[in-house]
Write a protein that binds this ligand. Structure first.
Ligand code: NAP
Ligand code: F7E
Length: 323
């Protein structure tokens, strides 16, 4: 029997890598794509899989459209990756973030409950749940303390997933994924903002890079590694919750140092601290403990931060050179 997957958020960074991974495993892959006035398929195109996935026009805020998408594609696995995922925007559009990132997940869960008998469900949970950290290294047992409307919306989605697993016996898993990046990362996130600027500065198209809190620390991994952990969760006998991380934390400042030095520049000569990029409440430090994912899923991060950032700078150097 052909295995099939429906991915909400297929046009995002993780959606594109997950689609590529599943196609490589022989899955029929479909994706929920909300109507947009401009092209949002560039990531699928860059990975060369645009023509291999079936796109269904639907929106996680519209339960009827999700029911139709599930009915049309009859997936065996449903991955809910759709979100308003930019933390900074979540203070500017808190209600929209709640609707898409929080209630959107409830809509997809409800659709699976109503018409998805036997379907497995994955929820994209996040290290932002830990926010103001309650333990030095965060694992599945660490209490949550979200620090943004995004984190709060994800908390609701996280507990709804657990509640549907416990209430209705749905095979539902949450992946508490720490930051993961790639050349397909959105330009507003700090790693890609930096690697894009490094390429522009090196090629004489920009002089300065305006950043906010460069003392913040993150546990950064490669998105290509992390979608494999999602798939592994779906292959387990039972749904469960897993932290997915590298176990190493680095400041934004040191990430900048790696990116600039890769092309022979010094970040100190170009980075300008700009108050507009500071957040109303900050998550100062995140450091994950992926021991459970390593033991139960046989998963391990394989890409170092240096490899990740140089891969991203090289991709942006090519993009900027190509105009
Ligand atoms: P992303 O690049 O921002 O992708 C988000 C996706 O959601 C896009 O495909 C977007 O479509 C879609 N979307 C937005 N609103 C929607 C709606 N109303 N209905 C249907 N789809 C909608 O995010 P990502 O980095 O791939 O992350 C994937 C998921 O993992 C997200 O839920 C994110 O919150 C979560 N997460 C990410 C990280 C990370 O470090 N990357 C870590 C932990 C958790 P358009 O492109 O058309 O807007
Ligand atoms: O910020 C600091 C900023 O926007 C990282 C999302 O995928 O990961 C992501 O959320 C850090 C923060 O990611 C700038 O204050 C400094 O401390 O790249 P980011 P994020 O907020 O960690 C989690 C796990 C998710 O779930 C989210 O969906 O960098 N920072 N200066 C800056 N950040 C940005 N964006 N821009 C700056 O100029």
């Amino acid at each position: 029997m052909t295995r099939s997957a429906l991915i909400t958020g297929i046009t995002g960074q993780d959606g594109a890598y997950l689609a590529q991974l599943l196609l490589g495993k022989g899955y029929a892959v479909a994706g929920v794509s909300p109507r947009r006035s401009s092209d949002n398929l560039w990531r699928l195109r860059e990975l060369g899989v645009e023509g291999d996935v079936k796109l269904v026009e639907a929106d996680v805020c519209d339960l009827a459209s999700i029911l139709r998408a599930i009915d049309e594609t009859k997936p065996t696995e449903v991955y809910n990756l759709a979100a308003q995922s930019f933390v900074g925007t979540s203070w500017k559009q808190p209600l929209l973030t709640g609707q898409v990132t929080g209630l959107g997940a409830a809509n997809v869960l409800e659709a699976v409950r109503l018409v998805g008998k036997g379907m497995r469900f994955y929820q994209a949970s996040t290290s932002e749940l830990f926010g103001l950290i309650q333990a030095e290294r965060q694992d599945e047992k660490t209490p949550f303390y979200p620090r943004s409307p995004y984190g709060v919306a994800k908390l609701y989605a996280h507990w709804m997933t657990i509640n549907y697993r416990e209430s209705f016996g749905i095979h539902a898993s949450t992946g508490i994924l720490f930051n993961h990046e790639s050349p397909l990362r959105g330009i507003e996130f700090v790693t890609r903002k930096v690697t894009d600027a490094v390429a522009r500065i090196k090629q004489g198209k920009q002089e300065k890079l305006h950043l906010g809190n460069i003392d913040a620390k993150r546990d950064w991994g490669f998105a290509g590694d992390y979608v494999d952990a999602m798939w592994r969760m779906m292959q387990q006998e039972q749904g469960d919750d897993y932290v997915v991380a590298t176990g190493r934390t680095t400041t934004v400042r040191d990430m900048c140092r790696i990116a600039f030095s890769h092309v022979g520049l010094k970040y100190e000569d170009h980075v300008v601290i700009d108050p507009q990029f500071f957040r109303p409440a900050e998550v100062d430090v995140l450091l994950g403990n992926p021991a459970k994912a390593e033991a139960k899923l046989g998963w391990k991060a394989t890409t170092s931060l240096e490899q990740l950032i140089t891969m991203m700078v090289d991709a942006d150097m090519r993009r900027v050179a190509a105009g």
